[in-house]
Each structure stands twice: as structure tokens, then as C-alpha cells.
Design a protein around this ligand. Structure first.
Ligand code: KDG
Ligand code: MG
Length: 404
């Protein structure tokens, strides 16, 4: 007898930070789990799932993953956008997890099998001063990482996104409204080359160094930074300019050979079209959950492969361990997968998510458990109710809001 979807549920939980989890139960009693978390907008996705699209799935064949994807995307009058695509992504992940469990194979085998034995990963290190940054990078190296994203303070500013003196860094802060920071692109541009050159001298040539500008520069500033950072030999320079203006990256490319990465806020293949077809970046950063799930990320990566662009999916703490696992399955089975971000999670998350993927010697492996290989503890999830939290906003010195 053909399997059907017998129940569709959404869990919102906050074990250290907020997550939206999709639960799909099949008529044979198996459960597939997916991640639909959208940092700072979690409840909008939960409502989209619960109130609008979840009820349309009950009774369908959960193995028709591509048809369900097309039904939810093409069948809707209102397409695209982060809420829609995170919701579709959560469902897609849950369906792949369920199919793997039904066939008793890990998801990477359903995607064509392994094309590599392990997936290179990078993590974060930050320090306000040069010495603090070097200590933080050394600590991550000692844990086995071969690639580290380095963020640092800027003289004259009180706060800079991505830097903390706390032991555990979480980009979204709890409270009724976002924190506000001051941003000064000139001060940052004067400081960044010196810090990153110093860091390169400190770590030597082998360690991969990455840096993220969080879309805060204009095209002229971006070209200047990329050019000045060439001697640092970065693995990539990320999110230089606001992502909507993809054509402006042509200016940056004309002036520099520093490898570029962009795309963590893109949600469909159409958002990536210009930068991929013109090879305006070296790495595309779309996240498996935010960009419509495994089914859609694979299409983006295949399109990137045609243009010699590699994948480097987003993996901060707001991409839950379910998305992290899915991304590693995609990484193991997709030829042009370059690197996976692994920021790490607040300690409490392991009470809700017990992932089967492993980290060894700077590389990740998804494991051999059926499906995505992440156990979700529903009782633990219920013990951590949603808490409002936001990413900060930044203003320039005259008080105007800056780009993210
Ligand atoms: O939700 C978005 C943040 O987690 C994001 O700012 C982190 O830029 C980020 C990154 O590269 O991980
Ligand atoms: Mg980033």
C-alpha cells in the first residue's frame, strides 16, 4: 500500500536560541524532521506552515518530494521570499529525512552517493583586539579546524556585529526590539587590512582565513577592500555589498582577485542567476533550509557547477542541527561543494537535537544513520518555549540605518 502523510506538526523551541521544526508523520508511523528556522522571524514561518500549507499535505504520498516542492512553490500565487522558502525548505528536509528512514539509507545515498570522503568546514573566531583575535583563532585551530572566519573590533566603535567578549556568542539577542550599533565604513576600511595581514603573519600560510563584511560596504569600498586584502590570501571575502545589487560585484571583480562569497540571504536559484552566470563570486552561500531545502539547493549548486562556482552554505547557530546535517549530506554528494560553515550551537541545543554527524580533523561527515541522522527530543523541545529575539540593527554616525 502506498504511504501517505498522516500528520503534519510544527514545533517552536528555544534551547539557547529559537528554532522552528517541521514534523511529518507517515501512515507507517515513521517521522521525518525538517528545519524551518528564520532568524528573528520564526513565528511568521511557523504560521505559514501551520495555518496555510501544512494542512494541504495530509494524505499525499511523502515520497513524491519533487512534486510536493513544485506544488508548494509553483502552485502558490505568492512565490519566493524568505518566509515562503524557509517553510518549503523545512518540509523538503522532513520529506528527505522520511524517505531515508523508509528506505533505511542515509540521505547522501539518495542524492547519488558520496563524491568525497569528508566535507571541509570552517568556524568563527573573533576578538576585539589583534591579540584577542589571534588567541581566538589559535583556540579554534587547536580544536582541529583548518579554516576560520576572523572578525575583529574597529577603533572608535563600541560594538561590531560578530564580536563578543562572552564565552558563548549568539548573534540574536533576546528582548522586545533589536539592539542598535553604530557603523563607520571608513574606520573599518582603515583598520581591516592591518588586522588581517597581522593575523596571516601570526598563523602562517596554511590555515584558511575567511572574513565577513555583512553587506555593509558600497561597490567602491568593496573593491578597495578586496584589492588591499590580496596579500592576506583569504579563502573568501564574504558579503561585501548588499545582495540585491548583484551587478555591482562586477566592479569588485575588475579590481581584485580575492575570492568572493555571497548568498546567505538568497532564497531561490533566480536570486543567484546573475552572480552565477557571470561568475561574479567564487562561492555561493545559500543555506539548505532558507533556500527551499535539499531539492532546491541541489539545483542552485548544479547551476553553479556549470559556471565553476563552489558551494559554501551558511551555517550559523540559527541554522539548526537538522539543516546542518542536511547540508553535510549535500556536501558529501555534490561535486562542486567547497566548504560548510559550522559556527557551533549554544550548549542547550543538544538537549533537543542529537545530531549523528561528526567533526574530525577539520572535516564533517553526516554519518550512516537512516535519513538526516538527527534525533529530535520532543519533550525537551516543549520545555524551551519561544523567546522573542532579534539580530541587531546598525546606524551610521548621522543616525541613518545601514544595510545588513
Ligand atoms: O541569521 C543570520 C546570522 O546568523 C548571520 O549574520 C551570520 O553572517 C553570518 C554568517 O556568515 O554566519
Ligand atoms: Mg555571513
Amino acid at each position: 500500500m502506498t504511504e501517505t502523510i498522516s500528520a503534519f506538526d510544527v514545533l517552536v523551541t528555544s534551547p539557547g536560541r529559537n528554532y522552528v521544526i517541521v514534523k511529518i508523520t507517515s501512515s507507517s508511523g515513521l517521522v521525518g524532521w525538517g528545519d524551518a528556522t528564520l532568524n528573528g522571524r520564526e513565528l511568521a514561518v511557523a504560521s505559514y506552515l501551520r495555518d496555510h500549507i501544512g494542512p494541504t499535505l495530509v494524505g499525499r504520498n511523502p515520497g513524491n518530494i519533487e512534486d510536493i516542492w513544485q506544488y508548494l512553490y509553483r502552485g502558490a500565487y505568492w512565490r519566493r521570499g524568505p518566509v515562503t522558502m524557509a517553510a518549503i525548505g523545512g518540509i523538503d528536509l522532513a520529506l528527505w529525512d522520511l524517505l531515508g528512514k523508509t528506505l533505511e539509507v542515509p540521505v547522501y545515498r539518495l542524492l547519488g552517493g558520496a563524491v568525497r570522503s569528508r566535507v571541509l568546514t570552517y568556524t568563527h573566531a573573533s576578538g576585539w583586539s589583534q591579540a584577542e583575535l589571534e588567541d581566538a583563532v589559535d583556540a579554534r585551530r587547536a580544536e582541529g579546524f583548518r579554516a576560520v572566519r576572523a572578525q575583529f573590533g574597529v577603533p572608535g566603535l563600541d560594538m561590531v556585529y560578530g564580536i563578543t567578549r562572552d564565552a558563548e556568542y549568539e548573534p540574536a539577542s533576546r528582548g522586545s526590539r533589536p539592539a542598535e550599533e553604530t557603523w563607520d565604513a571608513g574606520a573599518y576600511l582603515r583598520h581591516a587590512p592591518e588586522v588581517l595581514m597581522g593575523l596571516r603573519e601570526h598563523v602562517g600560510p596554511e590555515l584558511h582565513l575567511l572574513h565577513d563584511a555583512h553587506h555593509r560596504l558600497n561597490a567602491t569600498q568593496a573593491a578597495r577592500l578586496a584589492k588591499e586584502l590580496e596579500p592576506v590570501d583569504l579563502f573568501w571575502l564574504e558579503d561585501l555589498i548588499p545582495a540585491e545589487n548583484q551587478e555591482l560585484l562586477r566592479r569588485v571583480r575588475e579590481h581584485s582577485t580575492t575570492p568572493l562569497a555571497i548568498g546567505e540571504v538568497f532564497t531561490t536559484i533566480w536570486d543567484c542567476r546573475t552572480i552565477l552566470s557571470e561568475r561574479l563570486v567564487d562561492y555561493i552561500r545559500t543555506a539548505v533550509g532558507h533556500a527551499g531545502g535539499i531539492s532546491h539547493l541541489r539545483k542552485i549548486l548544479h547551476y553553479a557547477e556549470v559556471h565553476q562556482v563552489d558551494g559554501g552554505p551558511h551555517g550559523p547557530s540559527d541554522v539548526s542541527p537538522l539543516s546542518m546535517a542536511a547540508s553535510i549530506h549535500v556536501g558529501l554528494s555534490t561535486h562542486n561543494f567547497g566548504i560548510q560553515e559550522l559556527m557551533g550551537y549554544p550548549k542547550l541545543t543538544t538537549e533537543v537535537f542529537q545530531p549523528g554527524y561528526t567533526f574530525t580533523d577539520g572535516y564533517l561527515h553526516p554519518g550512516e544513520a537512516s535519513g538526516l541522522g538527527v534525533h529530535v527530543d520532543e519533550e525537551a523541545a516543549a520545555a524551551f518555549p519561544y523567546e522573542r529575539a532579534y539580530l541587531p540593527v546598525a546606524r551610521t554616525r548621522d543616525g541613518a540605518i545601514t544595510d545588513w
